[in-house]
Design a protein around this ligand. Structure first.
Ligand code: TGC
Ligand code: FAD
Length: 387
């Protein structure tokens, strides 16, 4: 009988269609050839590798699961595989694609006017226009319903005042999807770069997601025409529905980070000789590698089932919460264990686990912290909100 592939013990790839495998292989090649050679340097120097955007766009990865408007129209399993392969490179790159596609193009596609869709979606799919998503505020991201940023009606316009914090792509973006409180509840607006009173400031000195731009957004009497309001984006459910899309992608993406760490740990354990034998010949090292493989395999299967449910139109947001929680925790634990297994070498940028581990500290926090996702699942089980 044929041996098993240590990177795919349960032959999850065989559960994919030919098209899905092809998408995965294409993105994997891009990551191997174009991302891995530069990503350590980018992370070290706190630099988002902007030069990769044209290629990411030409591969059709921006808004790839949106139908029409020059988007690739792939299924959701393909979108998950795209996230997995990109995050095998770096969480920063997957973040860029998540924000552009799930958090900016998705609300325009699902809540925008026809004019907004035609104006923004094709240009965003081509990577010519970049977006960011402003929900979190300085006073507390877990409870966005309590937002302080306000939009007041003024004739045919709106006047926005407030601030958003920790915004991925903020300083790169040509447009920001901004969630505000109005007299009629929460509403979303497309705020454009250059609108008077709208400014951004990059947040530096991060130890995590260094190959990603994170910013603050400030709104001081920003006048926005009503044509820039998302006509169907009403209530807290509107931004939360965008989070569901991005959290879905993260559930797949972090499997890629874990695979990268596990592969490096496995290779190292086979070649590192200590006490007269390779590390991989010792019981505890084998148990740790087996445990990484077990965790990755179960996370892969969870992500795939989530994708099949989403493609069938049957996915519930509490399922997404469980997958985001489980898979981020899995990836962070695998990255930390792989870092340890590499010994001192594991603390350098030459080895990927510490970079993934530091990135995953953000990934387990953003898009809902681990606790918030536990509580979302708890609410679903008990019927009681305990936030
Ligand atoms: P709650 O009463 O639960 O919900 C209000 C309304 O929304 C509906 N809803 C959802 N709809 C779609 N998708 C979801 N995931 C939804 N969750 C809830 C809900 O049915 C309700 O509808 P209706 O019609 O009854 O009004 O609201 P709550 O105030 O109790 O809050 C619940 C809680 C804590 C779960 C929510 O606030 C939450 O998820 N907090 C975490 C915030 C968060 O995740 N922020 C992320 C910011 S974006 C980001 O981090 C980007 S990083 C990207 C990157 O770089 O990759
Ligand atoms: P808080 O909400 O202040 O939480 C602090 C702690 O309290 C956490 O441990 C939390 O789990 C815990 N906690 C909260 N409520 C409860 C409760 N009821 N019971 C028990 N414990 C609780 N946001 C955007 O809008 N757009 C972006 O593009 C974006 N990008 C980001 C990029 C990075 C690199 C990072 C780090 C964050 C980003 N965020 C973004 C913000 C992110 O979504 C928030 O950081 C996150 O939602 C948590 O909010 P907070 O940081 O204010 O923590």
């Amino acid at each position: 009988m044929q041996g098993l592939d240590p990177s795919d013990l349960f032959r999850v790839r065989e559960l994919l269609s030919d098209d899905e495998r092809q998408v995965q292989e294409t993105v994997a090649r891009f990551v191997d050839e174009r991302v891995l050679p530069i990503i350590g340097e980018a992370f070290e120097h706190d630099r988002f590798p902007r030069e990769l955007i044209p290629e990411i766009a030409s591969l059709g990865l921006l808004g790839c699961n949106i139908q029409g408007y020059d988007c690739a129209g792939l299924n959701n399993v393909c979108y998950g595989l795209v996230c997995q392969e990109l995050e095998r490179g770096d969480s920063g790159l997957r973040s860029f694609v998540s924000v552009q596609g799930s958090l900016c193009m998705h609300p325009i596609a699902s809540m925008g006017s026809e004019e907004q869709k035609r104006r923004w979606l094709p240009a965003m799919a081509r990577g010519e226009k970049l977006g960011c998503f402003g929900l979190t505020e300085p006073d507390g991201g877990s409870d966005p319903g309590n937002m302080k940023t306000i939009a007041k009606r003024d004739g045919g316009d709106w006047i926005i005042n407030g601030a958003k914090m920790w915004i991925t792509n903020g300083d790169l973006a040509d447009l920001a999807i901004v969630w505000t409180m109005t007299d009629d509840g929460i509403r979303g607006f497309i705020v454009e770069k250059g609108m008077p009173g709208f400014t951004t400031r990059e947040i530096k000195r991060k130890f995590s997601l260094r190959a990603s731009v994170t910013s603050e957004l400030f709104f001081e009497n920003v006048r926005v025409p009503d044509a820039n309001r998302l006509p169907r984006g009403e209530g807290l459910g509107a931004p939360l529905s965008c989070l569901t899309q991005a959290r879905y992608g993260i559930s797949w993406g972090v499997v890629g980070s874990a695979i990268a760490c596990y592969r490096e740990a496995l290779a190292y354990a086979k070649q590192r000789v200590l006490f007269g034998r390779p590390l991989s010949h010792t019981q505890t090292i084998q148990r740790r590698l087996a445990d990484m493989s077990r965790r990755i395999t179960t996370a892969q299967l969870l992500a795939l089932q989530l994708g099949r449910l989403k493609d069938a139109g049957n996915m519930h947001h509490a399922q997404v919460s469980m997958a985001k929680w489980n898979n981020c925790r899995m990836a962070l634990d695998v990255a930390r264990d792989a870092r340890d297994l590499l010994g001192a070498a594991g603390i350098t940028v030459e080895c990927c686990p510490i970079r993934h581990m530091l990135n995953l500290e953000s990934v387990i926090t953003y898009e809902g912290t681990e606790t918030i996702h536990e509580l979302i699942v708890g609410r679903e089980l008990t019927g009681v909100a305990a936030f």
